[in-house]
Design a protein. Structure first.
Length: 246
């Protein structure tokens, strides 16, 4: 059975290729979505090519709801989005994928049932299909090549849904078991290099020495070092001194 996680239903309207249905299932499962409805698939149902393409997401196809018509697929929904890349001449609100999934999250949290329609690969949704939607989702694609593969479009909306439903950290650093160097760690490293470079006569001429030391210290602080980095840099300098003294 589908999971109990509140989410929109993704409705594939008259999909043509089994591979694209399978790709859509895989894209949905990438982002924790498992409510698929399939309306009048051209090549019949179940579809072996869809199963092969779905890979580990095959259970979505097992649980997909097969519908003979679009009204049947939408009968329990209170708010419906239609995805389209071209103007339709219909008066409807048009949202970006991000804003659409934000609205979907708000409505689902309020107890509504939301669906997102995706059209067939050849030409997308027809105006008759779009007329059944409450709003349109328009992807900002290249106007000279607006066509999106069905699975790609599903992936894009699935990604935006995931962003709205879970906390996404915009940036993270994998420390690989290391800890960040403390200010004291960096201070000791700076002193080590400054002392050895002074002995080597690096800070020359004398009137520029203070400025050169400041630049060097600024270099260390500008680099985000781990304790492992600091230990390695200490070791490099010690080895160079030992090699010089041989």
């Amino acid at each position: 059975m589908p999971s109990g996680t509140p989410q929109p239903a993704f409705v594939l309207v008259r999909p043509q290729m089994g591979e694209n249905i399978g790709g859509a299932a895989r894209a949905m499962w990438n982002f924790g979505l498992d409510r698929m409805r399939v309306v009048s698939p051209r090549d019949g149902w179940p579809n072996e090519r869809a199963v092969a393409m779905a890979s580990g997401a095959g259970r979505l196809l097992d649980e997909a709801v097969l519908c003979d018509s679009l009204p049947e697929a939408l009968e329990d929904c209170t708010y419906v989005f239609a995805t389209t890349a071209r103007a339709r001449g219909l008066t409807k609100p048009v949202f970006s994928p991000e804003r659409a999934m934000e609205i979907a999250r708000e409505k689902i949290a309020a107890g509504e049932k939301v669906a997102v329609m995706f059209g067939p690969e050849r030409a997308g949704l027809e105006n008759e299909d779009v007329s059944r939607a409450n709003a349109i989702i328009s992807v900002p694609v290249n106007p000279d090549f607006p066509s999106l593969n069905l699975a790609q479009c599903v992936l894009l909306l699935g990604y935006e849904w995931r962003r709205q439903s879970v906390e996404v950290v915009p940036e993270v650093t994998e420390l690989a078991g290391a800890d960040w160097a403390s200010a004291m760690d960096v201070e000791k490293l700076a002193e080590h290099y400054e002392n050895r470079l002074t002995e080597a006569g690096f800070f020359f001429p004398p009137e520029k020495a203070d400025g050169m030391k400041t630049v060097l210290r600024n270099l260390w602080s500008r680099m985000r070092l781990t304790r492992s980095d600091v230990q390695m840099l200490h070791g490099i300098l010690r080895q160079m001194v030992r090699w010089k003294d041989k």
